[in-house]
Design a protein around this ligand. Structure first.
Ligand code: ATP
Length: 258
Protein backbone atom coordinates (compact mmCIF):
# COMPACT_ATOMS: atom_id res chain seq x y z
CA UNK A 1 0.00 0.00 0.00
CA UNK A 2 2.29 2.76 -1.20
CA UNK A 3 1.81 6.18 0.33
CA UNK A 4 1.41 8.87 -2.27
CA UNK A 5 3.30 11.82 -0.78
CA UNK A 6 6.19 13.06 -2.90
CA UNK A 7 9.68 12.29 -1.68
CA UNK A 8 11.05 15.29 0.21
CA UNK A 9 14.62 14.56 -0.62
CA UNK A 10 17.28 17.16 -0.01
CA UNK A 11 20.17 15.52 -1.81
CA UNK A 12 21.13 12.11 -2.98
CA UNK A 13 24.88 12.02 -3.09
CA UNK A 14 26.87 8.90 -3.77
CA UNK A 15 30.02 7.58 -2.15
CA UNK A 16 33.37 8.64 -3.52
CA UNK A 17 34.58 5.05 -3.44
CA UNK A 18 33.55 2.10 -5.60
CA UNK A 19 30.03 1.02 -4.55
CA UNK A 20 30.04 -2.20 -2.53
CA UNK A 21 26.33 -2.31 -1.73
CA UNK A 22 23.74 -0.83 -4.08
CA UNK A 23 20.10 -0.91 -3.05
CA UNK A 24 17.69 0.33 -5.70
CA UNK A 25 13.94 0.92 -5.36
CA UNK A 26 13.55 -1.45 -2.41
CA UNK A 27 9.92 -2.22 -1.65
CA UNK A 28 9.13 -4.60 1.21
CA UNK A 29 6.78 -4.99 4.15
CA UNK A 30 4.63 -7.36 6.11
CA UNK A 31 1.43 -9.26 5.28
CA UNK A 32 0.52 -7.41 2.10
CA UNK A 33 1.33 -3.96 3.52
CA UNK A 34 4.33 -2.10 2.12
CA UNK A 35 6.56 -0.44 4.72
CA UNK A 36 9.40 0.50 2.37
CA UNK A 37 8.27 2.42 -0.69
CA UNK A 38 11.31 2.38 -2.95
CA UNK A 39 14.43 2.87 -0.83
CA UNK A 40 17.75 3.65 -2.55
CA UNK A 41 21.01 3.29 -0.61
CA UNK A 42 24.63 3.03 -1.65
CA UNK A 43 27.55 2.00 0.53
CA UNK A 44 31.04 2.50 -0.88
CA UNK A 45 33.92 0.14 -0.24
CA UNK A 46 35.46 1.04 3.14
CA UNK A 47 32.69 3.42 4.15
CA UNK A 48 30.75 3.67 7.38
CA UNK A 49 27.16 4.54 6.54
CA UNK A 50 24.39 5.14 9.05
CA UNK A 51 20.63 4.98 8.56
CA UNK A 52 18.65 7.10 11.03
CA UNK A 53 15.01 8.06 11.30
CA UNK A 54 12.07 8.26 13.67
CA UNK A 55 10.61 5.22 15.43
CA UNK A 56 8.67 3.01 13.06
CA UNK A 57 10.07 4.65 9.92
CA UNK A 58 11.33 1.35 8.51
CA UNK A 59 15.02 1.20 9.48
CA UNK A 60 14.86 -2.38 10.80
CA UNK A 61 12.71 -3.38 7.86
CA UNK A 62 15.51 -2.27 5.51
CA UNK A 63 17.88 -4.61 7.36
CA UNK A 64 15.39 -7.49 7.36
CA UNK A 65 14.99 -7.12 3.59
CA UNK A 66 18.75 -6.87 3.03
CA UNK A 67 19.37 -9.93 5.19
CA UNK A 68 16.74 -12.05 3.47
CA UNK A 69 14.47 -12.23 6.52
CA UNK A 70 11.54 -10.77 4.59
CA UNK A 71 10.85 -10.81 0.86
CA UNK A 72 11.89 -7.98 -1.40
CA UNK A 73 8.73 -7.18 -3.37
CA UNK A 74 10.36 -4.85 -5.83
CA UNK A 75 13.81 -3.42 -6.42
CA UNK A 76 17.27 -4.89 -6.30
CA UNK A 77 20.23 -5.39 -3.99
CA UNK A 78 23.71 -5.72 -5.47
CA UNK A 79 26.87 -6.62 -3.55
CA UNK A 80 29.94 -5.71 -5.55
CA UNK A 81 27.80 -6.07 -8.68
CA UNK A 82 26.36 -9.50 -7.73
CA UNK A 83 22.57 -9.58 -7.55
CA UNK A 84 21.83 -10.85 -4.02
CA UNK A 85 18.21 -9.63 -3.88
CA UNK A 86 16.71 -13.05 -3.22
CA UNK A 87 19.50 -14.64 -1.17
CA UNK A 88 18.53 -16.01 2.27
CA UNK A 89 20.58 -15.41 5.47
CA UNK A 90 22.77 -18.52 5.12
CA UNK A 91 23.76 -17.71 1.55
CA UNK A 92 24.35 -14.06 2.46
CA UNK A 93 26.79 -15.14 5.18
CA UNK A 94 28.89 -17.09 2.70
CA UNK A 95 28.55 -14.29 0.15
CA UNK A 96 30.15 -11.85 2.54
CA UNK A 97 27.47 -10.08 4.57
CA UNK A 98 27.52 -10.35 8.35
CA UNK A 99 24.81 -9.12 10.69
CA UNK A 100 25.54 -7.98 14.23
CA UNK A 101 22.13 -8.10 15.92
CA UNK A 102 20.81 -5.56 18.38
CA UNK A 103 20.11 -8.14 21.07
CA UNK A 104 23.25 -9.41 22.82
CA UNK A 105 24.01 -12.82 21.41
CA UNK A 106 27.03 -13.98 23.35
CA UNK A 107 27.23 -17.22 25.30
CA UNK A 108 28.01 -16.02 28.83
CA UNK A 109 29.35 -19.26 30.30
CA UNK A 110 31.73 -19.85 27.39
CA UNK A 111 35.10 -18.13 27.12
CA UNK A 112 35.82 -15.19 24.84
CA UNK A 113 37.87 -17.53 22.64
CA UNK A 114 35.05 -20.09 22.35
CA UNK A 115 32.56 -17.35 21.52
CA UNK A 116 34.80 -16.06 18.73
CA UNK A 117 35.18 -19.60 17.34
CA UNK A 118 31.39 -19.86 17.05
CA UNK A 119 31.57 -17.34 14.23
CA UNK A 120 32.72 -20.31 12.14
CA UNK A 121 30.70 -23.06 13.73
CA UNK A 122 30.17 -24.97 10.48
CA UNK A 123 33.90 -25.13 9.71
CA UNK A 124 35.62 -28.43 10.54
CA UNK A 125 39.18 -27.42 9.61
CA UNK A 126 40.74 -26.60 13.02
CA UNK A 127 43.78 -24.97 11.41
CA UNK A 128 41.59 -22.58 9.46
CA UNK A 129 39.57 -21.72 12.58
CA UNK A 130 42.79 -21.08 14.54
CA UNK A 131 44.07 -18.77 11.81
CA UNK A 132 40.86 -16.74 11.71
CA UNK A 133 40.68 -16.47 15.50
CA UNK A 134 44.25 -15.13 15.47
CA UNK A 135 43.23 -12.54 12.84
CA UNK A 136 40.30 -11.41 14.99
CA UNK A 137 42.48 -11.18 18.11
CA UNK A 138 44.99 -9.09 16.13
CA UNK A 139 42.20 -6.61 15.44
CA UNK A 140 40.89 -6.74 19.03
CA UNK A 141 43.90 -6.80 21.38
CA UNK A 142 41.67 -6.08 24.39
CA UNK A 143 39.70 -9.24 23.66
CA UNK A 144 42.89 -11.20 23.06
CA UNK A 145 44.01 -10.28 26.56
CA UNK A 146 40.76 -11.74 27.87
CA UNK A 147 40.59 -14.82 25.67
CA UNK A 148 40.18 -17.25 28.59
CA UNK A 149 37.71 -15.07 30.49
CA UNK A 150 34.06 -16.10 30.64
CA UNK A 151 32.17 -13.89 28.18
CA UNK A 152 29.46 -13.20 30.77
CA UNK A 153 31.97 -11.24 32.84
CA UNK A 154 32.85 -8.77 30.06
CA UNK A 155 31.78 -5.13 30.20
CA UNK A 156 29.04 -3.92 27.85
CA UNK A 157 31.54 -2.41 25.40
CA UNK A 158 33.70 -5.55 25.45
CA UNK A 159 30.64 -7.71 24.76
CA UNK A 160 29.76 -5.60 21.74
CA UNK A 161 33.39 -5.88 20.58
CA UNK A 162 33.12 -9.66 21.00
CA UNK A 163 30.01 -9.78 18.83
CA UNK A 164 31.66 -7.67 16.16
CA UNK A 165 34.82 -9.78 16.34
CA UNK A 166 32.83 -13.00 16.00
CA UNK A 167 31.02 -11.60 12.96
CA UNK A 168 34.40 -11.09 11.27
CA UNK A 169 35.34 -14.79 11.39
CA UNK A 170 33.90 -15.37 7.91
CA UNK A 171 35.80 -12.32 6.58
CA UNK A 172 32.67 -10.43 5.52
CA UNK A 173 32.84 -7.72 2.90
CA UNK A 174 29.99 -5.82 4.54
CA UNK A 175 28.96 -5.75 8.20
CA UNK A 176 25.36 -4.77 9.00
CA UNK A 177 25.09 -3.40 12.53
CA UNK A 178 21.67 -3.15 14.11
CA UNK A 179 21.77 -0.27 16.62
CA UNK A 180 25.28 -0.82 18.01
CA UNK A 181 24.72 1.78 20.75
CA UNK A 182 21.73 0.05 22.36
CA UNK A 183 22.23 -0.64 26.05
CA UNK A 184 25.60 1.13 26.21
CA UNK A 185 26.55 4.18 28.25
CA UNK A 186 27.70 7.25 26.26
CA UNK A 187 31.34 6.45 27.07
CA UNK A 188 30.97 2.89 25.79
CA UNK A 189 29.12 4.09 22.70
CA UNK A 190 32.13 6.27 21.87
CA UNK A 191 34.47 3.34 22.53
CA UNK A 192 32.52 0.99 20.25
CA UNK A 193 32.23 3.60 17.49
CA UNK A 194 35.95 4.35 17.71
CA UNK A 195 36.54 0.63 17.31
CA UNK A 196 34.46 0.56 14.13
CA UNK A 197 36.57 3.39 12.70
CA UNK A 198 39.77 1.55 13.59
CA UNK A 199 38.47 -1.62 11.95
CA UNK A 200 37.60 0.31 8.83
CA UNK A 201 41.05 1.90 8.75
CA UNK A 202 43.04 -1.21 9.72
CA UNK A 203 41.12 -3.92 7.88
CA UNK A 204 39.29 -1.96 5.17
CA UNK A 205 35.95 -3.14 6.53
CA UNK A 206 32.68 -1.60 5.36
CA UNK A 207 29.81 -0.94 7.77
CA UNK A 208 26.14 -0.17 7.28
CA UNK A 209 24.37 0.49 10.54
CA UNK A 210 21.02 1.65 11.77
CA UNK A 211 20.98 3.86 14.82
CA UNK A 212 18.37 5.33 17.14
CA UNK A 213 21.15 7.47 18.53
CA UNK A 214 21.24 9.63 15.40
CA UNK A 215 23.79 12.13 16.68
CA UNK A 216 26.44 9.56 17.63
CA UNK A 217 25.74 7.50 14.54
CA UNK A 218 26.08 10.41 12.13
CA UNK A 219 29.16 11.77 13.90
CA UNK A 220 30.91 8.47 13.36
CA UNK A 221 29.74 7.90 9.81
CA UNK A 222 31.09 9.00 6.47
CA UNK A 223 27.56 9.32 5.14
CA UNK A 224 24.07 8.99 6.44
CA UNK A 225 20.54 8.42 5.22
CA UNK A 226 17.38 9.62 6.93
CA UNK A 227 14.37 7.37 6.44
CA UNK A 228 10.86 8.62 7.10
CA UNK A 229 7.73 6.57 6.52
CA UNK A 230 9.61 4.10 4.37
CA UNK A 231 11.34 6.62 2.13
CA UNK A 232 14.79 8.20 2.09
CA UNK A 233 14.19 11.88 2.73
CA UNK A 234 17.72 13.14 3.35
CA UNK A 235 21.15 11.84 2.55
CA UNK A 236 24.60 13.28 2.73
CA UNK A 237 27.87 13.29 4.61
CA UNK A 238 27.30 12.58 8.31
CA UNK A 239 28.67 16.02 9.20
CA UNK A 240 26.42 17.72 6.62
CA UNK A 241 23.31 16.05 7.98
CA UNK A 242 24.29 16.99 11.51
CA UNK A 243 24.70 20.58 10.37
CA UNK A 244 21.36 20.71 8.52
CA UNK A 245 18.85 22.73 10.57
CA UNK A 246 15.86 20.74 9.41
CA UNK A 247 17.50 17.39 10.18
CA UNK A 248 18.68 18.67 13.56
CA UNK A 249 15.26 19.97 14.51
CA UNK A 250 13.31 16.97 13.28
CA UNK A 251 15.55 14.06 14.11
CA UNK A 252 18.03 15.15 16.70
CA UNK A 253 15.65 17.09 18.88
CA UNK A 254 17.96 20.11 18.95
CA UNK A 255 17.52 23.73 17.92
CA UNK A 256 19.68 25.90 15.69
CA UNK A 257 22.05 26.98 18.41
CA UNK A 258 22.55 23.67 20.21
N1 ATP B 1 6.67 -8.33 11.85
C1 ATP B 1 5.93 -7.26 11.58
N2 ATP B 1 4.63 -7.38 11.19
C2 ATP B 1 3.88 -6.28 10.89
N3 ATP B 1 4.34 -5.01 10.93
C3 ATP B 1 5.62 -4.84 11.32
C4 ATP B 1 6.48 -5.94 11.67
N4 ATP B 1 7.70 -5.45 12.01
C5 ATP B 1 7.60 -4.11 11.90
N5 ATP B 1 6.37 -3.74 11.48
C6 ATP B 1 5.89 -2.37 11.24
O1 ATP B 1 6.73 -1.77 10.26
C7 ATP B 1 6.93 -0.39 10.54
C8 ATP B 1 8.42 -0.10 10.52
O2 ATP B 1 9.02 -0.81 11.58
P1 ATP B 1 10.60 -0.89 11.76
O3 ATP B 1 10.86 -1.81 12.91
O4 ATP B 1 11.25 -1.17 10.47
O5 ATP B 1 10.92 0.63 12.18
P2 ATP B 1 12.24 1.26 12.79
O6 ATP B 1 12.50 2.50 12.02
O7 ATP B 1 13.32 0.24 12.86
O8 ATP B 1 11.72 1.63 14.25
P3 ATP B 1 12.47 1.72 15.66
O9 ATP B 1 13.41 2.88 15.58
O10 ATP B 1 11.35 1.98 16.61
O11 ATP B 1 13.16 0.39 15.90
C9 ATP B 1 6.26 -0.12 11.87
O12 ATP B 1 5.03 0.49 11.62
C10 ATP B 1 6.09 -1.50 12.48
O13 ATP B 1 4.93 -1.57 13.29
Amino acid sequence: MPISEPEAEVRRDEPGQRPLLEVRGLRAGYRGVDILHGVDLTVGQGEIVCVVGPNGSGKSTVFKALYGLIDVREGSVLLDGEDITDYGPQRLLTTGIALVPQQPAIFPSMTVHENIELGMYLERDRGKIRGRVAEVFDLFPKLAARRSQQAGTLSGGERRALEIGRSLMLRPRLVLMDEPSVGLSPVLVREVFEQLRELRDAAGLTFLMIEQNAKSGLELSDRGYVIERGRVTYSGAGSELLGDDEVRRTFLGVGKDD
